[in-house]
Design a protein around this ligand. Structure first.
Ligand code: PMP
Length: 364
């Protein structure tokens, strides 16, 4: 007899990781499918990692105290408000484990980050997906209306992965006023460093007014440490303490902690790189729109190319050009399902971005 597996685990959707770049003769392949940072580690990171690796026979600091102090100082919060995990996706799992019982509900936009349905179902909760608006934004009115007395959490992704737009600060404040105070509001700011819209939501500014808000951040994107797996949440201290209780012990390795500290020291270089990626994003957006593609606004390090029923075909065209992008193929043939299908393309190396525009110019 086989081991009995919880039905919820057997039924989980798979997390699809971005495919590695596919080689083509004569073309440098580029992976533009995971919103990674194309730059090498920030100055000082390699040396810090090498030094930390010399003590790999020892466990890391379980309390993540140095990186908590570093992040707290950078963000203007207290270290006790910060909880680290093995990537922000792990912190999201912890947050939902902290508040959800089987049968509870979690409201989130859809399409949004594809780990959400998995994170919701693991503690036995039920996802309540709320469709994006026609311009690929969160429909916060509909999300507020979807809250019931079983709702334990709401997930707001700003900028939204995979479509790119932000929620505005005013919208989010109005939304939070409609959420009961015992319902957790997770503001997932994985791409916040790339935001240039002055009206965009600032999750940290909500913490003073709303004790139920949790801001989720990561070192995987702007900081370029995706391979080290470090993310964190910021919330009021009581909730942070509860989330720490469900944390995987030693989930952030000593080399990862060293890399975070060194990256925090390299602020000037970080800002310069983020500026370069934002400039490249603007060029991509302008070029794609110029080629006739109705690309929604993006404040992240990727663009969304609506492709409807041609999603797989267009992904193939990029593949032919040795560019791996992320297809979201239609889940059906209704107008709404076709409108939600498309390609997410990360801002990459200059040559990769130029090639994206060349390929896209030929797509109709
Ligand atoms: N949130 C969003 C919106 C994301 O797009 C991602 C990564 N794709 C994450 C969280 C998780 O990132 P990580 O686990 O690398 O911190």
């Amino acid at each position: 007899m086989a081991v009995r597996i919880r039905p919820v685990v057997a039924g989980l959707p798979a997390y699809r990781a971005g495919r590695p770049p596919q080689a083509r003769p004569g073309l440098t392949p580029y992976k533009l499918s995971s919103n990674e940072n194309p730059f090498p580690p920030l100055p000082g990171v390699m040396a810090a990692v090498e030094a930390a690796a010399r003590s790999m026979n020892r466990y890391p600091d379980a309390g993540n105290s140095a990186i908590a102090e570093g992040v707290a100082a950078r963000l203007g919060v207290d270290a006790e408000q910060v909880v680290f995990g093995t990537g922000s996706v792990a912190v999201l799992y912890q947050l939902l484990q902290t508040v959800c019982e089987p049968g509870d509900e979690v409201v989130h936009a859809w399409r949004s980050f594809e780990a959400y349905p998995i994170a919701v179902q693991l503690p036995g909760a039920v996802g309540v997906p709320v469709p994006l608006t026609a311009d690929a934004r969160h429909d916060l009115d509909a999300m507020a209306a979807a809250i019931t007395d079983r709702t334990r959490a709401v997930l707001v992704c700003t900028p939204n992965n995979p479509t790119g737009p932000v929620v505005t600060h005013d919208e989010l404040v109005r939304f939070c006023r409609r959420v009961p105070p015992e319902v957790m509001v997770v503001v997932d700011e994985a791409y916040v460093e790339f935001v240039r819209d002055d009206d965009a939501a600032r999750g940290l500014d909500l913490l003073a007014e709303f004790a139920n808000v949790v801001v989720l951040r990561t070192f995987s994107k702007a900081y370029g440490l995706a391979g080290f797996r470090v993310g964190f949440s910021v919330s009021e201290p009581g909730l942070a303490e509860a989330v720490r209780a469900v944390t995987l012990p030693f989930g952030v390795s000593s080399v990862a902690q060293a890399a975070v500290l060194a990256s925090l020291e390299a602020e000037q270089e970080l800002l310069a790189r983020v500026d370069a990626l934002v400039a490249a994003r603007t060029e991509l957006l302008t070029g794609l729109r110029g080629a006739g593609h109705p690309v929604p606004d993006t404040q992240a390090n990727f663009v969304w190319l609506p492709a409807g029923s041609r999603t797989a075909e267009w992904a193939g065209a990029f593949e032919q050009a040795a560019l791996t992008v992320r297809p979201f193929t239609p889940t059906g043939t209704s107008p709404a399902e076709l409108a939600a299908a498309g390609l997410r393309i990360s801002v990459g190396e200059p040559e990769a971005n130029a090639r994206v525009l060349e390929v896209a110019a030929g797509l109709r």
